[in-house]
Unconditional design. Structure first.
Length: 330
């Protein structure tokens, strides 16, 4: 490993510790994930991660003063909220299921329809839309809190502003990685890390079930978009990616989610319409639902119930075991 790679990894380890995301093994210098691309104008430091963690948990950031980012993203729920559709600060029901924040820093496009090209842009949009905030007013509120004011000064050299608040939140969110799962340890040589069913499930995942065509390792998800038929026949279907590209081929297509720690992030799919992981696997194994725009990759793979169970066992082996401690907010 190069000296640069080592330095980057050590920075991440310290950031993860301060964020309450301790890595689960003593040989924690390895990662199953690729290097993260971090914007040059927002380098990650442990102190910024710690500040972002406080802001993530603080209701001061919302319009009503009652909602925090973490109200939709809980660690024990895979950084989602266990709801099919969550509510905004003003009570309006969202049109899509809360996506996981695991490995959000490794993505290259954000939102289910991909309408944001940067993580910082996605955070600003959600801050305004989901929590109903006026960023300038929130910045003034935070600057009146001595602890926050000193942290912004030490980390950014100035008082809080909407741009700086977003950068702190982004630094924290980039620390939320699902890594070193049992399957990762198995692939590194620890053959006792997973069950025989999980090993057989992986063979199905990369073979008969064809899951890897959309959920490629090591992230097991990506920035590609597919229509799986969930919107067809609805009274008011969500156009999905079409809203961004205006390309008819993208109608009803949504971003492929990561499968890391998917065990904890149900209900599933962009509309939260499927309650259990097994049911989600069964739907995908059957080729999805009928839709004139459905992706050609989706086909009925003819999996048996026993094979579906093995696939679920493999997916469960992608669950990471980092710890989490809620921050104290000033």
């Amino acid at each position: 490993m190069s000296l640069i790679r080592c330095a980057v990894r050590l920075t991440w380890l310290l950031a993860a510790t301060l964020a309450g995301c301790a890595l689960p093994r003593s040989d924690a210098t390895w990662s199953a994930l690729p290097p993260m691309q971090v914007p040059a104008d927002n380098p990650i430091t442990p102190a910024k991660v710690a500040l972002g963690k406080q802001l993530f948990a603080h209701t001061r950031l919302s319009g009503s003063g009652k909602m925090a980012c973490q109200n939709c993203h809980y660690h024990q729920l895979g950084w989602t909220d266990a709801l099919a559709l969550s509510r905004r600060d003003d009570g309006v029901v969202n049109t899509c299921h809360t996506p996981t924040l695991y490995n959000v820093g490794h993505q290259t496009i954000w939102y289910w329809d991909g309408r944001s090209a940067t993580l910082e842009g996605q955070i600003l949009a959600a801050w305004r839309g989901q929590t109903g905030a006026d960023p300038a007013k929130v910045a003034a509120i935070l600057n009146a809190v001595p602890s926050y004011r000193s942290q912004f000064q030490s980390n950014f050299g100035s008082e809080a502003s909407s741009e700086i608040i977003v950068k702190a939140l982004a630094s924290f969110m980039r620390s939320l990685t699902s890594d070193q799962a049992p399957w990762d340890r198995y692939e590194r040589g620890d053959k006792g890390a997973v069950s025989a069913a999980a090993v057989e499930g992986h063979a199905l995942f990369t073979g008969k079930a064809r899951c890897h065509l959309c959920h490629a390792p090591p992230l097991y998800g990506g920035s590609n978009f597919f229509n799986i038929g969930l919107e067809h026949g609805k009274g008011k279907p969500d156009p999905g990616r079409f809203n961004v590209t205006r390309n008819e081929a993208d109608r009803g297509a949504f971003k492929t989610p990561t499968l890391r720690t998917v065990q904890r992030s149900g209900p599933y799919f962009h509309d939260g319409s499927v309650a259990s992981l097994k049911e989600a696997v069964r739907l995908m194994a059957s080729g999805g639902k009928p839709d004139p725009h459905k992706a050609a990759l989706l086909q009925d793979t003819g999996l048996t119930e026993a094979e579906i169970d093995k696939l679920v066992a493999f997916l469960n082996s992608l669950t990471s075991t980092e710890s989490w401690q809620a921050p104290a907010v000033p």
